[in-house]
Design a protein around this ligand. Sequence first.
Ligand SMILES: *Cc1c(COP(=O)(O)O)cnc(C)c1O
Length: 424
Amino acid sequence: MVEIIEHARKIDKSDPLYKFRKQFYFGNDDVIYLDGNSLGRLPLESSKKIRQLTDVEWGERLIRSWNEGWYEMGETLGNKLAPLIGVSPGEVIFSESTSTNLFKLAWAALKKQEGRKRIVSDTLNFPTDLYILQGIIKQMNAGHELRLIESGDGIHPDINSLQELLTEDTALLVLSLVTFKGGFLYDMEAVNKLAHEKDILVLWDLSHATGAVEIALNDSKADLAVGCSYKYLNGGPGAPAFLFIRKDLQEELVNPIQGWFGDSAPFDFGLEYQASKGLKSFLVGSPPIISLSGIESGIDILLSAGMSQVRAKNKELTSFLLEASEQHLSFLDVEIASPRNPDHRGSHLSLRHPESWRICQALINPEKAKQVIIPDFRTPDNIRIGISSLYNSCEDLAVCILRIKEVIESKEFLRFPKEKPSVT
Ligand SMILES: *Cc1c(COP(=O)(O)O)cnc(C)c1O
């Protein structure tokens, strides 16, 4: 049994990114955190930045700070993020949540594509994306229909059905680059090509992909994208999301929410809205400055680690986890619920077991003197294990596997009720 731990330690020894752990807050406890794809760990530098923001910029400089960096903060951060997603400065900006950005971009795309009635997404997509689209269809009241690509195994989308659904009548295709449960990774370039053959716009949700996989929006001819910053970007709870619009589309698309931050001269306080040029027209109102200030350090760490190293490590670690699960857990009815090919998955891996909810409870709330392990549960039966190349080690995963084995074999999970609280 210790063999797997020894093997993992050997892998960690040659890990070029191991040193980046030190840039995150770990505190005194020795929690193994495997949920960085829901809420990334706190970069030490971010606490300093947020404290500087409250104590100095807000506390001392007060309203003068708007002209000392606050007003442009969403753009400045967007430009910093740009190389991580393969775009140029001026093509990505931080504002609002992923849901709100998706609403703005999907609405704008459908307006541009007026006359086409079909919107395509997949059954593996994150619910908010589907809810936003369903809502837009109701509010536009223009006869749109939402069609979903099916998935035979609940892990891989059916690519034949994708091809069939993309017709001359399709306006927009909305997909998550990495699906939130199984972690399937689409081939962005191939999908864009397929859609563009029929003049369909593609809107990518990069929430589970940014900071996890290499993304080349411009090289793969992407039109539109949104993504959140509190997962692999480690931006902090509820930190604002980003939106990308391809340069030549920026003047064509119209933001459906006309707020003063999208106006060309908000401080003229004119009575008629005049849209700003370019990406800025997709802003709405005053940005949450404190939250924005938590985003920069996480991006800095990823830039200095380099996305190719980050990606190489998470491929290796998800592969280790997959093989170790098969070796140590498959006889206990644990199944792999993610793609087997590392090129086709992101940085998290899902395991399936009928008692997943209570197993997760046992990992998070062990009896005393045992290691606390925090994975994620996704209904109905997924234990989702998120791996951050910046602060997770192979040993974390080996310990997690052995602990899941112990919990199932000892039936320790029976200590917990089957009912779930409101946030899981
Ligand atoms: C996490 C996530 C979101 C989050 O949306 P918010 O509006 O920022 O809460 C949206 N889409 C996907 C695919 C996600 O993984």
